[in-house]
Design a protein around this ligand. Sequence first.
Ligand code: BDP
Length: 570
Amino acid sequence: MLYPQRNKNRHFIDLSGFWEFRFDPDDKGVGENWTKGLNNGCPIAVPASWNDQFADDRDFLGPAWYQLKFTIPWEWDSKKIIIRFGSVNYLSDVWLNGEVVGHHEGGHLPFEYEISDKIESEDNLLVVRVDGRLSDDHVPPRGRPMNNPQTNFDFYPFCGIHRPVLLYAIPKEGLRDITVRTSIKDTTGILDVKIETIGLNDAYVNLALKGFSSEITNTSIIQQNIQKMTLEVKQAKFWNTETPNLYDLTVDIVKKDAIIDSYSLKVGIRTIEVKGDKLLLNRKPVYLTGFGRHEDFPITGRGYVPAIIIKDYSLMKWIGANSFRTSHYPYSEQMMDLADRLGFLVINEIPAVGLTFKKDVIDRQLELCDQFIEELIKRDKNHPSVIMWSLANEPHSSLKSGEFFRKLYDKTKVLDNTRPITVVNMMGVKEKAFEFCDVLCINRYYGWYMQPGNIEEACEILSKEMDKLYEKHRKPIILSEFGTDTIPGWHSQPPEMFSEEYQTEFIKKYIKVCRSKPYVVGEHVWNMCDFKTSQGITRMGSMNYKGVFTRDRRPKMAAHLLRKLWNEKD
Ligand code: BDP
């Protein structure tokens, strides 16, 4: 899937701004033809969650309606025109000029529709119905009534149009997709490039790879809709966390000596593999330091805000993190682009959090997970920063989950056999998926939910459990979550739960355990920042306070400890 781009043959318009909006608590919009236009709407910012934009109705999860009027540039007349939604949580239905355009399920991945035959040159009316209500057969699923909203996961179920809506134009005949895979032979970098085109005769593809004062080209006549080509870079500058070297790959489609379509891509040459108990980046062991995170901020909710992305990367650099997990759903495309550019390693997770494997929903949930991993790989396959696919976070694993994950794992390997796969688990040695997953990710909270207040005992249990897991599976382990709720400014000596001292001590001792095990290849603290969640008796102010930074990105005491630990070179 090619992200819209501007060049001589391609163009896009960002529809971000103020749209018209209306809640539909009686679900009467379709019956009353709101599809043809809303009356009595109010202004709303897009992209952003709707929940915190108004004084009331924060917990209303849908349905709700959005509307925008727009005009397209006249030069687009001969083009294929597509509307693209970066992410809409959770169900969406789209109409253009009163006609049905499409329906999508899933809250965190892009989808798009061709609208060339529905669009007018002036005065277009775009209407979107969004439904974020929770349900057992959604992924992620609804939970028990202990939480309000009733989530089966620990983050607020923000709703709305969360990422930019782009309108873009591309040539009717031209490029449709590019897949780049890189490998390394001594000092040579090899790029295998797959180019998908549509409707082209008598045309050829020009590849040009530029960077570090070199330019390598390759040309091929288009014979079918898929072209496979190779580029070899001698004395290549490889991509890694310290020097995230990126080359510029340009793909031109040339017909009768004219470039009729073109696309440019940043490419990092690197390999990632599991060997024995190690994770190897460019054939050298790599150790992950960093966080599980959330896309979460006051007022904008889960909406895309470029300045927060910059701030978060800056804080991650400051603290010495080299990686993060996109807990518990895929993050924005811009987040992934910057991970490539700034040299972060990403464990990329689909929104499969809190799966229950209940008989009546298991088949639907597998279909959705299949859809999400496919959409995610299509979107993110070319990012050097993506080093692993995570198929789920803390599934309520049962006998049935083994088969579920086996199918999902096999499908993922078919789509991409270049990256390791994990399932993030809370159940220890019983997890069936660990038998076939490449890396074992475990979330552990001894000393918090269990053994409260007792960090020493917690670490003994953690240490024994890790050894047992390793003995059983002989695979690298990442401690993908560990942390404590911590009220900023709350202090105690001796360290007590909820104090900054307790969080600091807990993190320090857990990291010591990780560092004592040669098979542990990463430590991800939960969470980078405090974040909003559903109301419940363990969540004061409906907040999860396990952040090392506050929700507005101020460091707690533990941030300074991590900065020291993660910047020490051994
Ligand atoms: C883990 C979950 C995470 C929660 C965390 C916690 O993976 O989503 O926020 O626990 O309880 O089990 O803070």
